[in-house]
Design a protein around this ligand. Structure first.
Ligand SMILES: [Zn+2]
Length: 310
């Protein structure tokens, strides 16, 4: 356990110095870390700092030669140019660059914001792809025409990560056909403790607990280009169908079937064109406003298209 951890930390330090062109003695580093952390009970971060400083002194390394481990920051924290930082971000967009000095340019984002990035051709760093997430290690912040950006240079590293970095929620408007309504829609039960949707009286976190009724639709909107997973709440559903929670309970009481609400909503909404406004952060578009696009539904449009084609 101890040995394992010390080995890990040793490798990090060896790697850090190697990147700056110095070969250091791993054995000696391990010995010192072991002593500091487990004998003298120095906190890990302090121990690492101590060993690094000792190496810098020992090897007479000018401070600026050492590629320091840059702190991991969020995009919202990037406010000053000339800082060495690391960040995890998703490539949002790649732009065309006309400059031969630039390998790639575009936008990256995390849950706190979006920022421009430039990978300089000289850096010799691998290509990034739109929609993928990366650790951008040891990049430099810069300010260009009053906006912050990050530059990837020779001392930087770009490592693809197996993590889907979320982007900041953004307000969007989508017009499309509601092509699917998921089974766990309609009159549902939520856990009183955490508001999660319960299945057969069971909360996925709290087990068998008391629940309360709610109305929601999880559906798929198709705008002809993309599919959007949308969530409609009671208010949205009422605005479209006139059915609110009370009405839904009434339907259940009349037909003695909880699923009757879902059937009713499907018959009123599936295939209809909706104009939806909401925020999209992660997977779902959380709807704030919704209305029917008057006068058309998917079946009619398809019929029209067929007629035109014929
Ligand atoms: Zn719960």
């Amino acid at each position: 356990m101890k040995e394992e951890r010390v080995k890990q930390l040793t490798n990090q330090i060896v790697e850090l110095f190697r990147r700056s062109g110095y070969d250091v003695d791993a054995k000696e580093i391990s010995k010192r870390l072991m002593l500091l952390i487990y004998e003298f009970k120095v906190p890990e971060s302090e121990a690492i700092k101590t060993v690094k400083n000792w190496l810098i002194k020992e090897l007479e390394i000018p401070k600026e030669r050492l590629a320091v481990e840059s702190p991991l920051v969020k995009i919202a924290d990037i406010t000053k140019p000339g800082q060495w930082i690391s960040l995890k971000a998703k490539v949002v967009q790649l732009w065309d660059s006309s400059s031969p000095n630039v390998s790639q340019v575009g936008l990256i984002g995390d849950e706190t914001g979006i920022i421009k990035f430039v990978i300089w051709a000289k850096s010799g760093k691998g290509e990034v792809e739109e929609g993928k997430s990366y650790l951008f290690r040891n990049v430099v912040t810069d300010s260009f025409q009053g906006r912050m950006q990050i530059n990837v240079n020779r001392n930087s590293e770009i490592i693809e990560i197996d993590e889907d970095i979320q982007l900041p929620p953004r307000e969007i408007e989508v017009v499309g056909a509601l092509v699917a309504i998921q089974q766990n829609s309609g009159l549902i039960q939520r856990c009183k403790l955490c508001r999660r949707v319960m299945t057969k009286g069971i909360c996925p976190i709290h087990g068998k607990v008391e629940g309360y009724d709610d109305l929601r639709i999880k559906g798929v909107l198709d705008d002809g280009e993309n599919f959007y997973e949308i969530i409609l709440n009671e208010e949205n559903i009422k605005a479209l169908t006139g059915i609110d929670l009370e009405k839904a309970k009434q339907i259940v009481a009349e037909r003695l079937d909880r699923n009757a609400v879902l059937s009713e909503l499907k018959s009123k909404l599936l295939g209809r064109y909706l104009k939806v406004r909401g925020t999209k952060g992660g997977r779902y578009l959380i709807v704030s406003d919704v209305e029917f696009l008057k006068g058309i539904d998917k079946a009619e449009v398809e019929k029209l298209i067929e007629e035109v084609a014929a």
